[in-house]
Design a protein around this ligand. Sequence first.
Ligand code: NDP
Length: 444
Amino acid sequence: MQRIDEVMDEVLKRNPAEPEFHQAVREVLETLAPSIEKHPKYQDYALLERLVEPERQIIFRVPWIDDEGKVQVNRGYRVEFNSALGPYKGGLRFHKSVNRNIIKFLGFEQIFKNALTNQGIGGGKGGSDFDPHGKSDNEVMRFCQSFMTELYRHIGDMTDVPAGDIGVGGREIGYLFGQYKRLTNRFEAGVLTGKGLGWGGSLVRTEATGYGTVLFAQSMMHTRSERLEGARVVISGSGNVATYAVEKAQQLGAVPVTISDSSGWVYDPEGIDVELLRQVKEVERGRVSDYANRKKGAVFNTKGNVWQVECDVALPCATQNELNEDDARTLLKNGCKVVSEGANMPCTPGAIELFQESHILYAPGKAANAGGVATSALEMRQNASRAKWSFDRAEHELTMIMEEIHDACLATAEEYGQPGNYVLGANIAGFERVADAMLDHGVI
Ligand code: NDP
């Protein structure tokens, strides 16, 4: 569609050298033509041009002192992309690969994901090129305090509500919240999510993204009268999302047989021991090789990757572009029938094309991993009403939200004549909610 090509050309021109951002925008724009043709109003008021331009981008210096007394300097980012549906909401990523391009791609995805949750949250993302690997607790604390000393003036429970992502878990959210509270003299619980359970956190937030990804896979399988029970599941990553994807898959009777990190991957044919995984990763902050050293029958590999393992279901839960066309071919050859993305944009465009051509069940991250941010919104709801829900209640709400997202994607794909196309369904369902609100608000 010419209109969409023009917008994409402008994005390429105005955002040079930002390949992941281009990839994320292209992936959404490519699917919007049927919606824009049906509703010509979406061509008015430069709606698409405004949608691809962040409302605000903040970049700042983060100086801190390491344990040797040496001054280190990192760069901090917060991209406040779209607030049409509510305060900006999205995680903070601490990883050495973080730059403006990465934060913009994540922020853009977050707009549609958050819209799909129907929880009244806009889209944003932030982070730093700080690498927490090998840093002491005190170094992480000093970094977080310096990061928040700038960020605090830009966030608030009605403005922008960060949470965790790669490299940012409970420890980091604790240090960030402590510094926010100190600087503002306000116990504003709703300013961050993923908080500790003793001071405003919600039960199930830790588990939510991984649980949600598996629940989404299950909902997709039900549309073909297939079951997760007994399925062999291949999972990448070994962090927050991967760990709780393993746990939920096991609860539903499936057998997850792999985990990975940036140094290699583990094949554990009997099924991953989630208690051992949590001990190694969350308590000892170790590597997947430490897991393999302690688990009988588990093998640690540095060659190849998890996608070469025969499976029924694949759950990429590590990072962007971690599953390419060759990996997709291998998965399909080995009989994989379901791919549900726990990570953000883990499959390359070529891999997605192959999944779609072969008509297996494929769910994009903005739908399948939305359980994390949805439960963050539930945490905000509890903070606002000073309530504390039971685990069962929070999990019930998460399950309902995942079903609603699944059904919205499916119904939208059908409405536009592409039944079973979860990519088109997720993009258009999210887009129309955001676009309608943007039109209501006028040109801002
Ligand atoms: P964690 O930091 O807890 O874990 C990340 C895992 O992925 C680690 O095992 C890490 O290994 C691995 N990994 C990260 N980068 C790379 C890389 N470049 N190459 C190979 N392995 C890598 O992060 P999360 O589990 O929270 O996040 C995982 C994914 O899920 C991300 O894409 C994130 O954006 C997405 N997501 C997270 C949500 C959440 O609630 N946490 C919500 C929605 C999406 P290593 O330690 O070696 O780096």
